[in-house]
Write a protein that binds this ligand. Sequence first.
Ligand code: SAM
Length: 211
Amino acid sequence: MRLRNVKGARENIAASQFVIHNPEEYKGKWRELFQNNNPIHIEIGMGKGKFIQTLASNNPNINYIGIEKFSSVLIRAIEKRNELDIENLYFIRMDAEEIVNIFEEGEVNQIYLNFSDPWPKDRHAKRRLTSKEFFGRYNKILKEDGVVIFKTDNRELFDFSVEEIPQANWKLKEVTYDLHNSEFVQGNVMTEYEERFVTEGKAINRLVAYR
Ligand code: SAM
């Protein structure tokens, strides 16, 4: 998702109290920012942020951090965030490739990947958020019993992920090719993309990766 030419996006992001502008400085200290020892859940590629804002509103005892690489998208999440009276949600504008510079070993309890960019060309496989390169990064920042939860409408990306993730020495559970007609739909929070795909009648794939 990339919205072009959102006027003033960079300036508004720079001024937002909900965006962490120097995330490297919080490495190992995120709990100080939240001023509690609650678990930390992150969403990588949160887009306009509906999913993570719903979770944060529903779960005040979990700290949430949404990561998005494009200002033009992040600004939409900030606009919604400004209307929420919650203290457990911050955003970072960054490419998740740098994620090990942001979080200390085991500092994160859960990672969400929702409708990640498919990067269909083989030569771009390393950029997929479910590549073994990315799982190597998650391996470092995620607590031992932490999980990665991945949803996508894209069957090719899902099939790739089902093969790739075990190669990174992670296990899979709760694998479904049709989330909305499965037992795992209970408690599911829909993302912006998911709402659109479900309306179009597309099946949603979902898996949970653990070690
Ligand atoms: N998760 C949202 C949803 O389900 O509605 C947005 C899905 S959109 C297809 C994928 C988003 O991930 C885009 O906003 C894109 O900019 C972001 N993204 C992709 N790769 C990223 C990366 N390496 N680091 C941070 N954000 C990324």
